[in-house]
Design a protein around this ligand. Structure first.
Ligand code: HEC
Length: 135
């Protein structure tokens, strides 16, 4: 084999290996709420829930939850089937802003719809309810 050919072959295998490594990394990328929690907060970073401590918001959130979410997550939010328990430490301890972002995106591949069509205010209300003791 000529040195040039040899170099080309080496180059090609390096490309292939690099591609495989990248592919593998993408496969391991966390998805869902965990992925959202791991993200560096964006422009809206650290935004506190504008409805924090407002009982009316919790009540509004409860209505929204029963209308949109309970069919999968259960009336009490404790989860059923593939839909996880929302009383979990993961959800209860998540920054409200990360939850709002997750709700907007959903995780369709795993069966969680996106809620970007709901006004953001509603999402904050739902999160107020999720993280309240009302549930
Ligand atoms: C069609 C069924 C369905 C509906 C309706 C639904 N969810 Fe989900 N939800 C899921 C599934 C399935 C998952 C798991 C997705 C995953 O693995 O990332 C999930 C995940 C979540 C999570 C992340 C929990 C975790 O432990 O990772 C939150 C928070 C959540 N849903 C909130 C809501 C809220 C709030 C609503 C209503 C606005 C809602 N969901 C409506 C099915 C649903």
């Amino acid at each position: 084999m000529t040195p040039i050919r040899h170099a080309l072959l080496l180059f090609a295998s390096l490309l292939l290996l690099g591609g495989l490594a990248l592919g593998g990394q993408q496969g391991r990328k966390p998805r869902g709420l965990r992925a959202e929690l791991g993200k560096a907060p964006g422009a809206a970073s650290g935004r506190a829930n504008p409805f924090a401590g407002q009982p009316e918001a919790v009540l509004a959130g409860k209505k929204l939850f029963l209308r949109h979410c309970a069919e999968c997550h259960g009336q009490d939010g404790q989860g059923q089937g593939k839909a996880p328990n929302l009383r979990s430490p993961l959800v209860q301890g998540a920054p409200p802003e990360a939850l709002v972002r997750f709700l907007k995106d959903g995780n369709l591949r795993r069966g969680m719809p996106a809620w970007s069509h709901l006004p953001e205010e509603r999402l904050w209300q739902i999160v107020s309810y999720l993280q309240s003791t009302e549930q």
